[in-house]
Write a protein that binds this ligand. Sequence first.
Ligand code: AHR
Length: 328
Amino acid sequence: MLKKIISVLLIFIMACCLVCSCNSDQTSGEDDLIVVGVSQVGAESDWRIANTESTKAVFTEDNGYRLLFDDAKQMQENQFSAIRKFIQQKVDYIVVMPISEEGWDAVLKEAQEAGIPVIIVDRMVNVEDDSLFTAHVGADFYLEGQKATEWMTQEFADSEEVNIIHIQGTIGSTAQLGRTQALLDALEENSNWNLLAQFDGDFTQAKTYEVISDYIINNDVRPSIDVVYCENDNEAFGAIEALEKYGYTCGEGGVRVISFDATKQALELCMEGKISLEVECNPMLGPLVKNVIDTIEAGGIPSKYQYVDETVFTPDTVTQEIIDNREY
Ligand code: AHR
């Protein structure tokens, strides 16, 4: 009798274990969907929101995917946790938009050991072993910065002095590092360019409005500003807001605001003349990321580094048609 009870109990325990193990692995195996875990930086800018939408639009069930999306709210620690959770959930692919370049080796090694391909999107990671990621899809941020400084060189060719305020993006992110380095290199080459001040705007309108306002208010003499070099559109919005509040005019004959991204709203300001140069940075990367995964699924090897083509706009080149057709 006792033997019978023990065997019934054993069967019951084994059945429970089976049910539990199925539930803990709900992300795969139940259907033919490819499970993709995405760790997004946050929602700091209009660009980022467009990038998230572009990603969500391709990884749909209709396209054969199950998307597990995590918003890290601007914290790298949250990105680490999300990736570790994706590993536990046994996703098929991990997609990461990294907040900054450093600190990724350990967590990407864990993904590699679990056999999960990692695709880096937008900004880059600085890791010792580049086999820790399968591909990178994004922009060449140094080249973007060079496009801006080339425009400045031409525009101020006859100026004796050029007074510049530099608003940086999130410190340590590839977008900040590349765009900043291009400006620093151009400052070395142009001895008549003066860097009046450099602030961290964290790619946001609010922080940029605050740092520029404080700079103007805290100067005994009203600063003479020729250029505000903003590392994204939301910073440009904050800069224009602050400059106009304190009586500056933005545009030709006033402060020349330079910006990166070229979102619809920024292109409108460019057409109005308030933004003098827009360097495009394309957030619509979802389809390219999907191509990487589709290539792997088909047994191919995707290109390791994929850069998107980008252009520049000035008040003379931007048109209503360009603005109307802008996806972001
Ligand atoms: O990494 C891309 C940059 O990040 C974009 O220029 C900016 O708008 C975003 O927040």
